[in-house]
Design a protein around this ligand. Structure first.
Ligand SMILES: [Zn+2]
Length: 253
């Protein structure tokens, strides 16, 4: 039997409807800590405080959110795509990729060259801010500059409404359109490739199941075991960057 990486490369080489799902593990190699891991931001701040309900209803919570963002946002803004993001963009250039579904909010797929219309951000994006009243959308950088300049609870300049980063917060509903699209792509995939997700947060946890039920082969690239390992055709226990670079090279030949 071929080594796992070669079996995965064979599946990918033959794929015409490849769907990729990425999680925190692809971006840790770009220097973005997994917020849920020990030592991550949620071991320093209490996630219970940062719920959607608190943000919407309580100015004190909004002020501490924006205060925390002064610490987190520069890390996100400075991060560069790594070899795994570049490999995913290369699969799109080959014409094999249907979609990239990502749990990440860092915009690194787009910066690596993936087309924005193929990237489905199921947890939103940290690179934009929305007004919760009028829906106006602003670049995150502009609002961060206002916070840095002393606006502790920045307001919408159109309507005075509350501004919130366009990420999905604890206790906030998943975006309907993105979630529906993600499942639709999972159902149409011939190969479903997971990179750097431990597959424990919904709906990401259920996407590989739906893909396999609909006939896709599942390939998982992750350092730790996942609940979907048993249904995978190939498991690759490795770092996202080096594994994906090797996979993309092998599947081209
Ligand atoms: Zn507004």
């Amino acid at each position: 039997m071929l080594p796992p990486i070669e079996r995965a490369a064979e599946l990918i080489a033959r794929s015409k409807d490849l769907v990729v799902l990425t999680g925190a593990g692809i971006s840790t190699e770009s220097g973005i800590p997994d917020f849920r891991s020990p030592g991550g931001i949620w071991s320093k701040y209490d996630p219970e405080q940062f719920t959607y309900q608190n943000f919407v209803s309580n100015p004190a919570h909004r002020r501490s959110y924006w205060q925390m963002s002064l610490e987190i946002h520069p890390v996100l803004a400075a991060a560069q795509p790594n070899a795994a993001h570049v490999a995913v963009a290369e699969l799109e250039r080959r014409g094999q990729l249907r979609a990239v579904i990502t749990q990440n909010i860092d915009g690194l797929h787009q910066r690596a060259g993936s087309s924005p219309e193929r990237v489905i951000e199921i947890h939103g994006t940290a690179l934009a801010v929305v007004c919760l009243s009028c829906g106006d959308r602003l670049p995150r950088e502009d609002v961060q500059a206002r916070v840095l300049g002393g606006e502790t609870d920045p307001r919408c300049r159109e309507c005075g409404g509350t501004l919130k980063p366009a990420t999905v917060s604890f206790g906030q509903a998943m975006p309907e359109r993105e979630t529906a699209l993600a499942f639709e792509h999972a159902e149409r995939a011939d190969v479903f490739l997971v990179i750097g997700s431990s597959l424990v947060v919904h709906p990401a946890a259920y996407l590989p199941v739906r893909a396999v039920e609909s006939g896709a082969k599942l390939v998982i690239v992750n350092l730790q075991p996942t609940p979907c390992d048993e249904m995978a055709s190939v498991l690759l226990r490795g770092k996202a960057g080096e594994t994906m670079a090797a996979l993309v090279e092998l599947s081209a030949s």
